[in-house]
Design a protein around this ligand. Structure first.
Ligand SMILES: [Mn+2]
Length: 328
């Protein structure tokens, strides 16, 4: 399937539902807000549906009524877009029945993913899902990008490229960034929201994490662990743990950084969230796959229905194979 099929659906429809993945990150929500702005610029109706509590890290993207926490009643959508979502279990619950939501259109850039959706455009060469939103806008004949999509799409690009640093950053990524600045995005305020202005509890959590950092496999692996007890002690919630795995990768010699994160489990069950980062040598998306997750070569994650210790043991066994193959 191609963007022209998706564009055809848009041309034929009037009202669209746009949904980022659960606990949306900046690319998921920024792409959703950007797509809604593109659809509105074409004279369509668009609702961005984000149920539940909005992660603090993406709150800066939202103003006024730009998102809704419940699907508007009585509206029949011509299609529902699901953005930046690798697996169906990351699609939020509460979507309308199929006769009210229309076909499910997936726009995504995850290399490792499940197959779901009625129309799927997935390009793992795209640095962010935001790139696909812009490509769709062009396919739909928008000659310039509407001002309302500038900041959310610029933020999405900057977030998923680590501030235009990761190998996914191409000349066209930078050209698109420039175009979004021309359309009204501001580089420094976005960068501050993405990479600076941390609340004190998050800095304290980082200090505790670095304090507890352990290396393994002759320094090629960094382990970071976050327990619920530590989170309570420093006063952070789950959305402030996101992204801290990157600090393990900063240590010289580390090829893979693992953050194990005790997940709130129901009815006595145990669960552990894994965040994985690599310097590009090891494909951590394949490791995440072992635990039913997905992601990109250098950044991936999963939720394991296991205790932290059992998750660590299972992952270590996998890593033993990986490191044996790739050699020192
Ligand atoms: Mn993304």
């Amino acid at each position: 399937m191609s963007l022209s099929d998706v564009a055809e659906q848009v041309r034929r429809g009037e009202a669209f539902l746009v949904v980022p993945h659960l606990r949306p990150d900046v690319d998921a929500l920024g792409s959703s807000l950007g797509l809604a702005a593109v659809l509105r610029a074409l004279g369509k109706q668009a609702s961005v549906f984000v149920p539940g509590k909005l992660p603090r890290s993406v709150a800066f993207l939202v103003s006024g009524a730009s998102i809704t926490t419940s699907v508007p009643a009585g509206v029949r959508f011509d299609a529902t877009f699901v953005l930046d979502t690798a697996t169906p279990d990351l699609v939020p619950a509460g979507l309308p029945e199929v006769d009210r939501r229309g076909p499910l259109i997936v726009l995504d850039h995850h290399a490792v993913h499940d197959d779901f959706g009625d129309l799927v455009v997935r390009d793992d060469a795209a640095s962010a899902t935001a790139e696909l939103v812009v490509a769709l806008a062009r396919e739909l004949g928008l000659s310039s990008l509407p001002a309302a999509c500038a900041t959310p799409l610029y933020a999405a690009l900057a977030a998923d490229t680590g501030g235009f640093r990761y190998p996914s950053t191409s000349a066209s990524t930078l050209r698109l960034g420039a175009e979004l600045l021309d359309a009204g995005a501001e580089a420094w305020p976005v960068a501050q929201q993405l990479f600076e202005v941390w609340p004190m509890p998050r800095l304290r959590l980082l200090a505790a994490l670095i304090d507890g950092l352990e290396t393994d496999f002759d320094g090629r692996l960094a382990w970071l662990r976050v327990s619920r007890a530590l989170m309570r002690e420093v006063g952070v919630d789950d959305d402030q743990v996101d992204g801290l795995v990157n600090y393990g990768r900063m240590l010289e010699g580390v090829e893979v950084s693992v953050l194990l994160w005790e997940w709130p489990a129901e009815a006595g069950a145990q669960a552990t969230k894994l965040s994985l980062r690599s310097n590009g040598e090891v494909d951590v998306a394949q490791l995440a796959r072992v635990f039913g997750g997905g992601g990109h070569r250098a950044a991936a994650g999963a939720l394991a229905p296991l205790s932290m210790e059992r998750t660590a043991a299972r992952l270590r066994a996998e890593l033993e194979l990986v490191f044996r193959v790739s050699g020192p």
